[in-house]
Design a protein around this ligand. Structure first.
Ligand code: 3Y8
Ligand code: NAP
Length: 249
């Protein structure tokens, strides 16, 4: 009897959950518990970590999970690595639902860097107006560059003071629109953007806005993950689950 676990937390995971619910496939949706009020899902939902690889392997056995879809974000590398290990240990089929990275197109002024500390080093020395669109978990390293005027965007209000003397916080969970991003960047006179190559459409607007305004983007490339089967569409996932959706998969 099929029972799927969706490792979620992204727009793609939400659209997969809706299709799986419509197909009446027995499934559980899992959030990591990063945000205060994650979006509702049309499936039974669990929130919080499993307790590393062994915790996830125990969960798979205990809950009789027959298929795991890793629909987490490309930067949720620890979750993805744990899923690969736990599924190998328990011989549970695993498929990643992962959107392709954004490609640099003509007009894009990207400075591609490998990680957050390289992103900090790529900022100019002279004071600038910088939009940090990388969430709240990786702000501390920018404390070494207090000379800049920062605009940050978080899903939830920050719990404590930031290590940045000049910072304005926008609380918004996306998805974002081109007009909204253009308006925000003009209103804040943004000169630099720091972003992660998340891919997908939910956060792409800031990249298109930066190109339209001719602004440089410090683009953090994705962490490398071990090989695993991957799909880029919900339809492919449903076919992998052996389910012919109404789309005529
Ligand atoms: C908790 C689930 C939807 C889902 C929305 C997508 C789109 C917006 C791109 C910017 C970049 C960022 C951040 C972002 C994106 C979507 C999608 C996507 C980037 C939610 C969600 C959870 C999270 C966790 C959160 C992180 C943070 C990252 C904000 C829900 C809304 C910056 C990633 O405050 C915190 O601690 C937030 C932590 C991990 C990265 C970070 O390190 O701070 N996502 N984001 C999931 C869980 O608990 O399991 O609350 O409903 C999901 C979404 N995030 O329904 O449309 O691509 O899917 N999320 C990045 O790309 O750099 C925003 O502001 O432009
Ligand atoms: P991470 O660093 O890869 O994972 C850290 C730990 O958090 C994992 O080992 C696991 O704990 C727990 N965890 C993460 N995702 C989980 C999930 N979906 N269900 C259950 N436990 C989960 O993860 P992250 O980058 O903080 O991302 C956390 C969540 O936010 C994920 O759902 C991800 O899809 C979503 N998200 C992340 C980003 C991003 O930029 N990282 C962007 C958008 C959405 P245990 O080891 O205890 O099992």
């Amino acid at each position: 009897m099929m029972r799927a676990l969706i490792l979620g937390g992204t727009a793609d995971a939400s659209s997969l959950a809706a299709t799986i619910a419509r197909a009446s496939i027995d499934a559980v949706y899992s959030y990591g518990g990063r945000t205060a009020a994650p979006a509702e899902q049309p499936l039974p939902t669990r929130i919080g970590g499993f307790g590393g690889v062994s915790g996830l392997a125990d969960y798979l056995r205990r809950e009789g999970i027959t298929h795991v879809i890793d629909a987490t974000h490309p930067f949720a590398a620890e979750m993805s690595r744990n899923a690969i290990a736990a599924c190998a240990q328990t011989a549970t089929p695993l498929l990643a639902l992962e959107r392709a990275p954004w490609d640099k197109t003509s007009g894009d002024r990207w400075i591609e860097v490998a990680d957050v500390s390289s992103a900090v080093a790529a900022l100019p020395d002279s004071p600038a107006r910088v939009f940090l669109a990388i969430g709240r978990q990786h702000i501390a390293p920018f404390g070494s560059r207090p000379q800049h005027a920062y605009t940050l965007r978080f899903v939830d209000p920050p719990g404590q003071a930031l290590p940045l003397p000049d910072a304005e916080i926008i609380v918004s969970r996306g998805p974002f629109t081109l007009d909204g991003e253009l308006e925000m960047m003009r209103a804040r006179s943004i000169e630099w953007i720091v972003a992660r190559n998340s891919g997908g459409s939910g956060a792409r607007a800031k990249i298109d806005a930066a190109r339209a305004l001719g602004l440089p983007v410090i683009m953090i490339t994705r962490p490398l993950l071990p090989e695993r089967p991957r799909a880029e569409s919900v339809r492919e996932v449903m076919a992998w689950l052996g389910h012919r959706t109404c789309l005529g998969a």
